[in-house]
Design a protein around this ligand. Structure first.
Ligand code: AMP
Ligand code: MG
Length: 405
């Protein structure tokens, strides 16, 4: 049996970027930039007003007795351009975002001015550049705005839009087929027959995939039958980059995923990891004169599914999607109570993170068995209790991987 570190490395060293494609900005959310992008324009493109007010020459507001009186020369709404130059003693009414006319160097907010008979009354001195946004103060022309490997979220898309970019190159998303095994399963909504349970892994895996950056092609229920399973894996391999199976990788009589994977020509990278839960985790590579594909054989227990997804499948998906930041985010936390376990397997322990005096404390959730779903809803992260440990006293510092589910 291999260690968690070995398994993680074996998975991640297989992760290769799948290719590139061009998308419109509207389709770019959640995708990963495939190249560095420079702005062709400065943002803002011109000097403009940060407030609704009056553009003035700051020197006109200085050193006078009583309120300064300036002549209202023009009005300048946003989106229009004032051709003339502001002369001494003049003000131009400007709205937020409107160009500040040549000659003006400061903007008096509406709240600090009075408009009377074509004159603007100002009661304090204004310094140069007050309420003026400089051209290029956000982005300089030629500045790199997005670098290769960046996950594109709302602010990145906003930045691209501000620079006038409407299409960009992104990495291709991995295509995923999910195969759910288990003759005991029935779908939520159906009547529960004796001996059956509702299938939760279909729902769990679809939900996990949604936030992973992968594209789900299909999800299928397959009976615990070698022929059916071999056919399902074979046909999934024709179109998917990643096949995720649920259940059937353990040592029971109906655990047929391993056999089926071998029959379609997959090569086992590993089976069984010294971890708890998800000990029977299996990972395969498919080559054979075709583009590569991979099979993650996840154990059937929902806890094992979720934890192996976070620890192995999600980082793998991120890496093949071209992301630079593929590992789970990690904090160090002190155990809020002692932890006892058998030596030999690394334990992923569901914890809640609490701040105590500025430091993270990890509270163990009461039920940790891999069949338990309810405590997963409470977890902020997974504490990694090393394989060789058998007792950790309260206060021991442990690594906690923050979950993205
Ligand atoms: P297996 O890995 O197939 O031996 O399944 C291990 C445990 O997980 C058994 O108790 C199964 O009933 C349960 N299980 C398997 N698949 C699912 C599923 N899709 N939803 C909920 N429980 C499942
Ligand atoms: Mg099963």
């Amino acid at each position: 049996m291999i260690s968690y570190e070995q398994a993680k490395n074996l998975v991640m060293e297989q992760a290769k970027i799948l290719g590139k494609e061009e998308v419109t900005l509207a389709k770019a959310l959640g995708r990963v930039a495939a190249e560095d992008l420079k702005s062709k324009i400065p943002v803002p493109p011109f000097r403009n007003s940060a407030v609704d007010g009056y553009a003035v020459r700051s020197e006109d507001t200085v050193g006078q007795e009583g309120p300064v009186k300036l002549e209202l020369a023009a009005e300048q709404p946003a989106g229009e351009y004032f051709e003339k130059k502001l002369r001494r003693g003049q003000a131009v009414k400007v709205m937020t975002g409107a160009p500040v006319p040549a000659g003006a160097d400061s903007v008096v907010p509406v709240e600090e001015a009075e408009q009377k008979n074509g004159l603007i009354l100002i009661r304090r001195e204004f310094k140069p550049l007050e309420n003026v946004r400089q051209a290029g103060e956000d982005v300089k022309k030629g500045q790199t705005i997005i670098s290769r490997g960046t996950l594109l979220r709302a602010p990145h898309l906003g930045l691209l839009a501000a620079c006038g970019v409407s299409r960009l190159m992104v990495f291709r998303q991995p295509r995923v087929v999910i195969l759910i095994t288990g003759n005991e399963l029935c779908r939520p909504g159906q009547k529960l027959q004796p001996g059956k349970i509702y299938d939760s892994n279909s729902t769990i895996l679809q939900a996990l995939l949604k936030t992973s950056g992968a594209r789900l092609l299909a999800i299928k229920q397959v009976r615990d039958n070698l022929k059916a399973l071999t056919a399902a894996i074979g046909s999934a391999a024709n179109r998917a980059d990643i096949i995720i199976t649920s259940g059937g990788v353990s040592v029971g009589d109906y655990d047929l995923v391993k056999e089926a994977a071998i029959r379609v020509g997959a090569e086992q990278v590993f089976w069984k990891v010294a971890q708890k839960p998800a000990k029977p985790l299996a990972f395969y590579q498919l080559k054979k004169g075709r583009r590569p594909a991979w099979i993650f054989g996840l154990p059937g227990n929902p806890g094992a599914v979720m934890i192996s997804f976070e620890e192995y499948v999600r980082p793998f998906i991120k890496k093949v999607s071209g992301r630079q930041d593929f590992w789970p985010r990690e904090v160090e936390a002190a155990l809020a109570e002692p932890f006892r376990k058998k030596r030999g397997r690394l334990n992923f322990v569901r914890v809640r993170l609490i701040q105590v005096d500025g430091a993270w404390q990890a509270r163990l959730l009461p039920q940790q068995e891999s069949g338990i779903i309810s405590s997963l809803t409470e977890a902020d992260g997974l504490a990694l209790i090393p394989a060789e440990a058998d007792f950790l006293p309260e206060g021991t510092k442990v690594k906690v991987h923050l979950v993205e589910w």
